[in-house]
Write a protein that binds this ligand. Structure first.
Ligand code: OGA
Ligand code: MN
Length: 210
């Protein structure tokens, strides 16, 4: 008997938001037990997290001016990771069915932001140069001021949304369309950033190598 956890929301909300705005922010999207297991895994494995690079060609020193978080890619070896990946697989299928997209896989990493850590305004993918189509971010924290995600419009400096990194909140947005930024964290901040990808043989840029 399968005990795959269930989403706590209807996909229609997510799909309608994406169709209308290109992004969706859903609070309490994931089961509390799963969020708690994922957070425990981050805490237990925090020594294994590494400073993140940006793209394939930048060195760590350059990258540290842009982001100061540490990341660890999923390897699918824990039950919590498997459950999370199973849920993202459901979203991948739903997006493919709704928008006739050939998203073929999903990759994600945990990220730890210590107090003061940030990720300056950036895009996860540049048009025609990446196979990242949709970004997801899921949060694992108790609500606090600080460490919010700002989502910006394609052009313009006024954010469209300010997202608190509160446990269970899931966001999804078009990777090429929305610059975004993580404000300095007030205390240790955990998230899972992931990407639904298309198979694009011309993609030779941007996607960080794992
Ligand atoms: C990223 C990212 C946002 C967040 O890892 O590319 O933008 O809120 N993360 O953790
Ligand atoms: Mn990003």
């Amino acid at each position: 008997m399968s005990n795959t956890p269930q989403f706590a929301f209807s996909f229609d909300t997510l799909l309608d938001d994406i169709a209308e705005h290109g992004y969706s922010i859903i609070e309490n999207a994931l089961p509390e037990q799963l969020i708690s297991d994922l957070k425990k895994q981050c805490e237990a494995q925090s020594e294994q997290f590494q400073l993140a690079k940006i793209g394939r060609h930048q060195d760590l020193q350059q990258a540290s001016k842009i982001r100061s978080d540490r990341t660890k890619w999923f390897d699918g070896t824990t039950k919590a990771e498997q459950d999370y990946l199973a849920l993202m697989e459901e979203i991948r299928t739903a997006i493919n069915q709704s928008f006739f997209l050939g998203l073929f896989d999903y990759e994600c990493h945990f990220a730890i932001y210590q107090q003061g850590d940030f990720y300056k305004k950036h895009l996860d993918a540049f048009r025609g140069k990446s196979n990242r189509v949709f970004t997801t971010v899921c949060y694992l924290n108790t609500p606090e001021q600080g460490g919010e995600l700002l989502i910006y419009p394609e052009k313009g400096k006024t954010p469209l949304a300010k997202v608190s990194p509160t446990a269970g909140t899931l966001i999804c947005f078009e990777s090429e369309r929305f610059p975004h930024e993580v404000l300095a964290a007030a205390s240790t901040r955990y998230s899972i950033a992931g990407w639904f990808r298309k198979n694009n043989s011309s993609a030779n840029f941007v996607d960080p190598s794992q």
